[in-house]
Write a protein that binds this ligand. Sequence first.
Ligand SMILES: *[C@@H]1O[C@H](CO)[C@@H](O)[C@H](O)[C@H]1NC(C)=O
Ligand SMILES: *[C@@H]1O[C@H](CO)[C@@H](O)[C@H](O)[C@H]1NC(C)=O
Ligand SMILES: *[C@@H]1O[C@H](CO)[C@@H](O)[C@H](O)[C@H]1NC(C)=O
Ligand SMILES: *[C@@H]1O[C@H](CO)[C@@H](O)[C@H](O)[C@H]1NC(C)=O
Ligand SMILES: *[C@@H]1O[C@H](CO)[C@@H](O)[C@H](O)[C@H]1NC(C)=O
Ligand SMILES: *[C@@H]1O[C@H](CO)[C@@H](O)[C@H](O)[C@H]1NC(C)=O
Ligand SMILES: *[C@@H]1O[C@H](CO)[C@@H](O)[C@H](O)[C@H]1NC(C)=O
Ligand SMILES: *[C@@H]1O[C@H](CO)[C@@H](O)[C@H](O)[C@H]1NC(C)=O
Ligand SMILES: *[C@@H]1O[C@H](CO)[C@@H](O)[C@H](O)[C@H]1NC(C)=O
Length: 671
Amino acid sequence: MVGQLLLHITLFLWSMSNALLAVASEASLAKPSCLSQCGNVTQIPYPFGIGAGCYLDDWFRITCDNSASPPKAFLNKTGLEVLNISLGGTLTVTSPITFSNCSNKKSHRQARNVFSSPFVYSQSNRFTSIGCEVIALMSDFGKPLAGCYSICDNTAHSSSTIFPNNSCSGLHCCQTTILKGLSFFDTTFRSMLNDSESEKECKYAFLVDRDWFMSTNISTIVDMDNVPVVLEYRLRQYSAQDIYGTYNLSPQNMTCNDDWQCSCKTGYQGNPYLLDGCQDIDECLNSSSCRAGTCINRPGDFVCYQPDPRPIRRINVGLLVAGGVIGLLFLLIGARWSHKVIKKRKDNKRKQKFFKQNGGLLLEKQLSSGEVNVEKIKLFTSKDLDKATDKFSIDRILGHGGQETEVPLLVYEFIPNGTLSQYIHHPDEEFSLTWEMRLRIAIEVAGALSYLHSAASFPIYHRDIKSSNILLDGKYRAKVADFGTSRSVSIDQTHLTTQVHGTFGYLDPEYFRSSQFTEKSDVYSFGVVLAELLTGQKAVSLMSSEERRSLATYFLISMENNLLFDILDSQVMKNGRKEKITALANLAVRCLNLNGRNRPTMKEVAVELEGIQLSVRAETKVQQVFPGVRCVQTQEINEVSDVVSSSKGPCTDGGAGSSFDVQPLLVFNTQ
Ligand SMILES: *[C@@H]1O[C@H](CO)[C@@H](O)[C@H](O)[C@H]1NC(C)=O
Ligand SMILES: *[C@@H]1O[C@H](CO)[C@@H](O)[C@H](O)[C@H]1NC(C)=O
Ligand SMILES: *[C@@H]1O[C@H](CO)[C@@H](O)[C@H](O)[C@H]1NC(C)=O
Ligand SMILES: *[C@@H]1O[C@H](CO)[C@@H](O)[C@H](O)[C@H]1NC(C)=O
Ligand SMILES: *[C@@H]1O[C@H](CO)[C@@H](O)[C@H](O)[C@H]1NC(C)=O
Ligand SMILES: *[C@@H]1O[C@H](CO)[C@@H](O)[C@H](O)[C@H]1NC(C)=O
Ligand SMILES: *[C@@H]1O[C@H](CO)[C@@H](O)[C@H](O)[C@H]1NC(C)=O
Ligand SMILES: *[C@@H]1O[C@H](CO)[C@@H](O)[C@H](O)[C@H]1NC(C)=O
Ligand SMILES: *[C@@H]1O[C@H](CO)[C@@H](O)[C@H](O)[C@H]1NC(C)=O
């Protein structure tokens, strides 16, 4: 009860204070303590004003002639008599009628020139002429601006027939619109009759406020000297400081266009050209605003309280629309937010699913139990990757693979030196792969593949071995990359029957025919890489003749015809020893055997390659350290059966730099 009473009292006081404000604002269109009325001109709003400090500048100075009754207001600078001033940017002034040959009338008075003032003639005026067979012209120093021709009806005698239904339609009276921004004109007449009688006839023309003209009996105008004309006033040449008299404060609750035509916002009234000119409208003073309940006025609008008192029954439409818009905005934001949350949850679920599906859980378990014998495996969270890739920024993309990936992703180390293919086929001027490097790379790749095929807990076939999938790190160590098509197979499985994947030129012809991918298919592809390393040619060359198109075929034919040394890369020729080159070439031939069964396994290849490398080092070393022992008989290296594994021997010491864990120990048979 007490609460309600207090509320009512507060509401009452609030409305009271607002009512006082509204009353105060009623008289404040002029500057404070300035006269705002002169005779019939009941409102003289700033920028107009009477007396020093009350007007914007001399153009807006009003002088009130109190000697007349009622007093007359004049624009002091232009001398125009002011009839009415509107805050909408217009004022009504009197303008003379231009008479010619009319009795008791002074001829050829002209309208006032307001050129280069803040005033222009409004387009709501009409240029009007009354006469007989006469053209009235509005011109600017002889240049016609507007004109109209009024014809005669010689049978007409009374004014009601001269101006039928008080209309100005070309008969005795004609009317035309005017140019925009007109500020100066002369009125002249051109008689169209040749007889001196009509020359002498009374004719007159004037610019006139259309609204006033429409509500005036045309026949009575001839008795007047002046008619009302509407001027527009424009403040565009003034600054805000000119108008408001201050830099610091800005006017409130009003809007202006670029022309400084200003108005108060809805819910406010007053003079927008005064600093505090726009005052809240107290809608509650209007009894029809809020028929039942308590009306509470608020800045810009009002609220109706029911007696209970529950707020808001009627508020102004603007507020309702604003409320609706804000509500809708919140709804949209809410919808967007919940959409985001749902999407995130869905994404997380999907991520979990893929993680599980792709062996993530297994990997996690194995990592934590230390089961996995591959070192340096680290699980990155998507947050880590977000950070590392700058939210998967487009700028960070190095290239695209053939796969659209699911979670989890494989994170590789960054390999700065590009692919083997680049080094073989686009040799750098400064840096080219030496024979030693080529051999080492071959060994490293073979080691990696051998590991995949046999050392890993279950065999993995790479299925896309090619020089562009072999990356070179900072020290030009080879890394086999792109397991996009690779598959793991159970140990007792000897082949995979699949759709044929791979890269033309490296593709095992057997696999191509049978769709059966075996570990020997990887061996074939590796054979092509060996051929590339030896010859520096591309696996497929579209430029070459038919038989040279496939490097594998070309290489085999050349080998058959003992032309190996004709097709070698210059780098290989330069610093490779003939015996080693031949050994490597023969190994490549066996890898490229059309019958997969005749190809060596990857492990055999790796061992053999190590042997080729070792033979050089071992030889030198042996000659130094064990001068009596000959480990290597190089000319027999090309016989595969010559290479055997043994546990220990004097020549096994040279394997430093070999790439795989299982260190093959080699002894070559001696002759
Ligand atoms: C001034 O207003 C009065 C009353 O509204 C009117 O009778 C009178 O004609 C007006 N005078 C002029 C010069 O407009
Ligand atoms: C303009 O003001 C001056 C001085 O106040 C006065 O003498 C003059 O008559 C005024 N002119 C008009 C047209 O009111
Ligand atoms: C003056 O102009 C205002 C607004 O244009 C209008 O409402 C008012 O009736 C006018 N007064 C006279 C006396 O013409
Ligand atoms: C009528 O006007 C013409 C030219 O406009 C002029 O020559 C003539 O004297 C005028 N007559 C009278 C009676 O004013
Ligand atoms: C004048 O207006 C009246 C009705 O407003 C109409 O009946 C009459 O025909 C009009 N006269 C002419 C000459 O248009
Ligand atoms: C008007 O009179 C002049 C000379 O007085 C003559 O040359 C001209 O042709 C006449 N025009 C018409 C339309 O009668
Ligand atoms: C217009 O005024 C004339 C004379 O002053 C009068 O004869 C006529 O009836 C008036 N017409 C109208 C429509 O008031
Ligand atoms: C302008 O409106 C705001 C809110 O609509 C009000 O807080 C402020 O007092 C108003 N300013 C003036 C000068 O009326
Ligand atoms: C009162 O409000 C009604 C409706 O909003 C409006 O039509 C009327 O002009 C207002 N009366 C006053 C005096 O403001």
